[in-house]
Design a protein. Structure first.
Length: 353
């Protein structure tokens, strides 16, 4: 199937040559008659098309590629002069009407040829100049289209890189939990292993897409929260609510994971103090409201960086700015040993993969 760019190119070229041919034929047939006008117009149109095609499709791309525009200017002048000579020769010698006497000796008509050549230069210049202008216009459109595709590819590469930074961290945490539980509670470790299987399946198959159904992403988050709740037991108060009204909306995979992971990682761990984490995820009218709140202390500060495994919030902000530049609001605040993250995100019902 032809692309819009190809259709646009052919349409402009066809319109240009049709208008040019009609204009030449109308001008010639007034003095030369319809038959002579048809013959002369055909020769002029064919020669103009061949030379203009050679100039714009052969010489111009080569000049642009090798940055030899001065050489192209000389070549363009030669083509213009050559086409002007063809015009003058056609008007002076192509005459099929038998009632018109044959032209005298060629040498006696050098003045006629020179005059025709001189008068044909503006027309030749206009034809080749217009053809080059169309070519420049089409090349500009192609460059813009390639630039958009390059930006999209760059965006996808950045998103993939950010996802790759997240996935190993999630896997590490879950495997570490299972390893610890296998020494104390094999039944619970088996249950967590099944949960890990669901989590890993989601990461391997669904996260290869640029967007996933929100319902699947939320189920993945629920599994992560369930794993963390089992790990902490009574040492941590975890309250989570999930309300998804539209199950057909799409979201970037693993976008919300860092907020939940960091809440569990930096929750208050002081002896004798029961920390808490509150998670709220609600979708209504394609608008996702996500809220995470957790207790923390100055000793286990949320801003503390883990150089080995910490992914931080900068990656999340980058992903939001890349994919949701004008359709999200992220607010992060801390007050009196409470850390709060609030995200408002407008989602799409179409997969932008």
């Amino acid at each position: 199937m032809a692309t819009p760019f190809v259709l646009k190119k052919h349409t402009l070229v066809i319109i240009f040559w049709l208008v040019f041919g009609m204009a030449i034929w109308i001008q010639i047939q007034v003095d030369a008659g319809m038959y002579n006008a048809f013959i002369q117009t055909s020769i002029i149109l064919i020669s103009s098309f061949i030379l203009a095609h050679f100039l714009t499709d052969r010489l111009l791309p080569k000049a642009l590629a090798f940055k030899k525009m001065n050489q192209f200017l000389i070549e363009a002048i030669i083509v213009i002069f050559l086409l002007s000579f063809i015009f003058s020769f056609v008007f002076a010698y192509i005459n099929i009407d038998p009632k018109t006497p044959l032209p005298p000796i060629f040498s006696e008509h050098l003045a006629v040829l020179w005059k025709g050549f001189y008068l044909s230069i503006p027309a030749s210049l206009l034809i080749n100049g217009t053809a080059c202008g169309i070519r420049f216009y089409l090349e500009h459109g192609k460059i813009e289209r390639d630039h958009i595709l390059l930006q999209q590819a760059h965006l996808e590469n950045q998103l993939k890189m950010l996802q790759d930074q997240i996935n190993p961290h999630v896997v590490f945490n879950i495997l570490n939990h299972i390893h610890i539980l296998m020494k104390t509670n094999t039944e619970l470790a088996s249950f967590l292993l099944l949960k890990f299987s669901d989590i890993l399946r989601y990461q391997l198959y669904d996260c290869n897409q640029s967007h996933v159904i929100l319902n699947k992403e939320v189920q993945y988050l629920q599994d992560l929260v369930e794993v963390e709740k089992l790990r902490w037991g009574n040492e941590l108060d975890v309250r989570a609510t999930w309300e998804i009204s539209n199950k057909k909306v799409y979201i970037m995979p693993l976008l919300l994971v860092p907020f939940i992971e960091n809440a569990f990682k930096y929750v208050c761990r002081l002896p004798g103090h029961r920390g808490y984490i509150m998670i709220s995820c609600k979708e209504e009218n394609n608008c996702l409201s996500f809220y995470v709140e957790n207790s923390y202390s100055s000793i286990t500060s949320y801003q503390k960086k883990d150089s080995a495994h910490g992914i931080g919030l900068q990656n999340v902000k980058k992903r939001l700015n890349l994919q949701y530049p004008d359709s999200h609001t992220l607010k992060i605040e801390s007050d009196e040993n409470v850390y709060k993250v609030s995200l408002i995100l407008f989602l799409s019902q179409e997969n932008d993969q």
